[in-house]
Unconditional design. Structure first.
Length: 334
């Protein structure tokens, strides 16, 4: 936790330095030109998120209680927690499991669906990043960045492969339980939280669908492309339009950078630095790149704060319902 907070502070310091170095007045002037029209990014962002939710809905197709509206709201909460709160990206996913369990889904089914969805998202992101690399090779003459991104991408592929293999064939959570018991002198921390055997079994059931998981990948790739459209629209609102290929490049490589820096809360600093770096290859000045980055952060705030408030209200109602179910005289019984 301390490392996450430290990385967040360092990332924020980097973001502030980049803004001051590029010129705060110039960046604010670019945002002022767009004005209140930037609020259109809030409803527009629901499109890529809805497509991503369709992928999740596909994984939970056998679960009748997994309504699309509920899943979309939980996806919003997951994203808002990961973007706005000082947690690693797993924080939003753990909360997603809790919210689905509160709405009647088995926590093992919910946890397995999120685990498989995250794995498929990483695979879709690799494919999307490869598309960005192809665009980079065609559009730019300087291929140094191409080689660097390809190097990082090929290093990540074995990690993704091992991650998938452990889930499907070895039982990732049973393995984590075994490692945890050895590290904690026999104390079964994971076993006291959940049943790793049941969770691994649900994960294997989802992976057992085989080629039908391509449908989930299709919706995720569609979500990434819709995110590219969101980037293109943002520059339109800033009155500095860019070609669609440039938007695709910013979105694909920007997403890859943010995933690589998953321990930094919200990818703050890393995301801003990445946009400045990528923008320099496409003739986008650092002031415009940071104006775009700040517009993106404003969208996260305008959408995320109401979503977090709705989660707080939902949590309050859930705790109240639980309290009302406790018979009188049992409140002090543990």
């Amino acid at each position: 936790m301390a490392f996450i907070l430290l990385s967040g502070v360092l990332g924020l310091a980097l973001a502030v330095y980049l803004v001051l170095h590029a010129g705060l007045i110039g960046i604010m002037a670019l945002l002022a030109v767009a004005g209140w029209s930037l609020l259109w990014l809030v409803p527009f962002h629901l499109l890529p998120l809805a497509l991503d939710t369709l992928s999740w809905k596909w994984l939970l197709s056998s679960e009748s209680r997994a309504r699309f509206g509920l899943l979309l709201w939980v996806a919003l909460v997951r994203e808002s927690v990961n973007s706005l709160l000082p947690v690693a990206r797993v924080g939003g996913e753990l909360l997603g499991i809790r919210l689905l369990a509160q709405h009647g889904l088995s926590p093992y089914v919910a946890g397995a669906s999120i685990m498989v969805e995250v794995t498929l998202t990483l695979l879709s992101q690799v494919l999307f990043t490869l598309l960005g690399i192809v665009v980079l090779m065609v559009a730019l003459t300087n291929h140094l960045l191409v080689l660097e991104v390809l190097g990082v991408l090929f290093l990540s592929l074995p990690v993704l492969g091992v991650f998938y293999w452990l889930q499907k064939h070895k039982g990732l959570f049973c393995l984590l339980q075994l490692i945890g018991k050895k590290l904690l002198g026999g104390y079964d921390l994971l076993g006291n939280i959940t049943d790793p055997t049941l969770l691994d079994a649900e994960i294997r059931t989802l992976y057992g669908r085989g080629w039908s998981l391509l449908v989930a990948n299709f919706w995720q790739l569609s979500s990434f492309l819709a995110g590219t459209a969101e980037v293109w629209v943002t520059f339109q609102l800033l009155h500095h339009p860019i070609p669609f290929w440039a938007a695709l490049l910013l979105e694909s490589l920007g997403q890859a950078l943010r995933s690589a820096a998953f321990l930094v809360p919200g990818g703050i600093g890393v995301q801003e630095g990445g946009f400045v770096l990528l923008g320099s290859f496409m003739g986008i000045g650092p002031d415009l790149a940071l104006a775009y980055a700040l517009a993106r952060r404003l969208r996260e705030l305008f959408l995320g704060i109401p979503v977090l408030l709705s989660w707080s209200i939902s949590e309050g109602h859930y705790m109240r319902r639980r309290w009302l179910r406790i018979p009188s005289g049992e409140e002090g019984v543990s």
